[in-house]
Design a protein around this ligand. Structure first.
Ligand code: DGI
Ligand code: FE
Ligand code: FE
Ligand code: FE
Length: 187
């Protein structure tokens, strides 16, 4: 599937704002791919697809989690965590995308995981720093993103976990696994 085709397939499933976010994630991911010698085409395609399942009903996402090989513990955590994993399944079922690298980047874009690939990191980071985002400390992460991919992901992961903990909500284990693994990689 090429970028144009993917864009046309994804667009009707997203709101205008979410589609614009998706396009900014794609632009950011392409820049990061050039900087860190990854495939810009793969980065762009993964970015276009990353929020594909964002507006599926909770019922539908829950059904996919139950009947696929996705981890069942997702159901014990906030439903915002479901769209990445379910998206990774749906792009295969609906678009025939069986590229494990792209599916992984989509699956883990919200939480990260231990042992993230370069493409996983690029999509995780691009989703966090795309120019439409405004999180506390984001400009520092944007700066580091031009110097060190892993350190920038570590900062994004740390900021997200810190934010979630400040809100007294549960944090999915993969978010902690990502943070721990990235910490080991940068120290
Ligand atoms: O889909 P996006 O809005 O582009 O961004 P995302 O997929 O990175 O994150 C979606 C939401 O999930 C965001 O509001 C933060 C939240 N989130 C991320 N990790 C966790 C989480 N929420 C909970 N409760 N627990 C987590 O571990
Ligand atoms: Fe998302
Ligand atoms: Fe994110
Ligand atoms: Fe996103």
């Amino acid at each position: 599937m090429n970028i144009t085709e993917a864009t046309e397939k994804v667009k009707p499933h997203l709101t205008v704002k979410r589609f614009e976010h998706t396009q900014r994630v794609a632009e950011t991911a392409v820049k990061l791919a050039h900087l860190y010698e990854a495939s810009p085409k793969k980065a762009e395609l993964a970015a276009i697809l990353h929020d594909y399942a964002k507006y599926r009903s909770l019922d539908e996402m829950e059904r996919w989690i139950r009947k696929s090989t996705l981890p069942k513990d997702l159901l014990d955590y906030h439903h915002e965590l479901w769209h990445g994993p379910v998206g990774a399944i749906l792009i295969e079922r609906e678009f025939g995308i069986v590229d494990k690298e792209i599916q992984s980047a989509v699956q883990y874009h919200t939480t990260g995981k231990a042992g993230m690939s370069k493409l996983d990191k690029i999509i995780f980071l691009a989703d966090y720093i795309e120019p439409g985002r405004s999180f506390p400390g984001i400009d520092k992460v944007r700066g580091i993103a031009e110097q060190n991919l892993t350190q920038a992901c570590w900062m994004a992961s740390k900021n997200t976990i810190t934010y979630l903990m400040s809100k007294n909500v549960t944090v999915y284990p993969d978010s902690f696994h990502a943070y721990n693994d990235l910490t080991r990689q940068i120290t």
